[in-house]
Design a protein around this ligand. Structure first.
Ligand code: GDP
Ligand code: MN
Length: 346
């Protein structure tokens, strides 16, 4: 069953939180998109949704990243969608290229095996690069050196609900590190050694584990759907990171820096297909106070094939409580109930 919206929850959410009227000072934050020139139409569509429902009230800047230079067409079409500043940034080569310690033959053979197991994008080298960049490199881009919070936006996503408060100010005022909308299980074959590597790291660095961690959520084995198993101790439940509102101070912490470097050296971004979603989720679940994670129940969102659709008159264009289109097996992929069971509604 899709996750329904508990009655009254939306009201409670914003009650007692009274951000200044639109147009008051912005905090140190940006909307952030890694995107290809060819995806300009989808980017314009996603911007149009987010500008209409939220950003036209606040005018947070947009920062676009690409591994090749943005075209004039991309810049013209995207900047026309907002009154806010737009920045177009090239990713430094050393942040994008496959690192020198990755063995080319082993990578090639691994991707073949991933493809055999029907792991989506397993054979696409750039997908591995993208996941690694989103995991441990984006916040190191010089263009973000003085920026603290970001809201990640992908081309073709949808936003359905009017949001009247400053989401970034909400994060800062309530001391939140990480905000999500959707929680899903991952394909265990894409991350078989992520948890074993994490355990090795924890043996070296037990001091990084937060007292109020979400270990039970990470290691839950009760509610895993029958057709898919845990990934060697990790439930695979993760924050779906194509939507992500977060505080880069966490990624810039020594704990996360050491963890990312450990994972990077282990090679699983290439020999397996570790996504930035499970990597971010495991790190947040272990090293951060789980009360600093916030479910944005009030932000109506879709990235195909999943929705977060609140029960609110402020939302149009999605079906309340529906997780995915139609009557599909994909419903079983929802693991938000696990987060609520172990950590709560936040
Ligand atoms: P999915 O959501 O896992 O199906 O993956 P996507 O194809 O949506 O990629 C995730 C994000 O990374 C999207 O914002 C893409 O536009 C972006 N992306 C993926 N690969 C590349 C790439 O090679 N170059 C650039 N510039 N962006 C990429
Ligand atoms: Mn996507």
């Amino acid at each position: 069953e899709p996750v329904g919206e508990p009655a009254g929850v939306l009201k409670r959410e914003t009650e007692g939180y009274a951000p200044g009227p639109a147009g008051t000072a912005r905090i140190n934050a940006t909307l952030l998109a890694l995107v290809r020139n060819e995806e300009v139409k989808g980017m314009v569509q996603a911007m149009r949704d987010l500008e209409r429902t939220w950003n036209h009230k606040f005018n947070y800047p947009w920062t676009f990243f690409n591994d090749v230079p943005f075209t004039d067409e991309f810049k013209e079409l995207t900047s026309a969608e907002t009154n806010a500043e737009c920045h177009y940034e090239l990713i430094p080569k050393e942040h994008w290229e496959v690192p020198s310690w990755v063995n080319g033959d082993l990578f090639h053979e691994s991707t073949r095996l991933l493809a055999e197991q029907d792991i989506q994008y397993g054979e696409q080298v750039s997908y591995h690069q993208m996941c690694r960049w989103n995991s441990g490199l984006f916040y190191k881009h010089p263009a973000l050196a003085n920026t603290r919070y970001y809201w990640r936006v992908e081309p073709n996503v949808h936003f359905f609900c009017d949001v009247d408060y400053d989401v970034f100010a909400y994060m800062q005022d309530n001391n939140k590190t990480y905000g999500f909308t959707i929680n899903l299980y991952d394909a265990p074959q894409s991350i078989p050694s992520l948890w074993p590597e994490t355990i090795k790291f924890l043996a070296e660095h037990p001091e990084y584990v937060h007292d109020n961690n979400a270990m039970e959520w990470l290691t839950d084995s009760q509610r895993r759907p029958e057709h898919n198993k845990q990934a060697n101790g990790y439930s695979t439940c993760h924050f779906w990171s194509n939507f992500e509102v977060a505080d880069m101070d966490f990624w810039r912490s020594q704990a996360y820096e050491d963890y990312f470097n450990h994972l990077d050296r282990a090679g699983g971004f290439f020999y397996e297909r570790w996504g930035d979603a499970p990597v971010h989720s495991v790190a947040i679940g272990l090293f951060e106070d789980s009360s600093k994670v916030h479910w944005f129940r009030d932000i109506g969102y879709q990235h195909i094939p999943f929705f977060n659709c609140p029960n609110s008159p402020k939302c149009t264009g999605c079906v309340t409580g529906r997780l995915t289109d139609g009557d599909s097996w994909l419903h079983q992929e929802d693991c938000r109930p696990n987060w609520f069971k172990y950590v709560g509604m936040g």
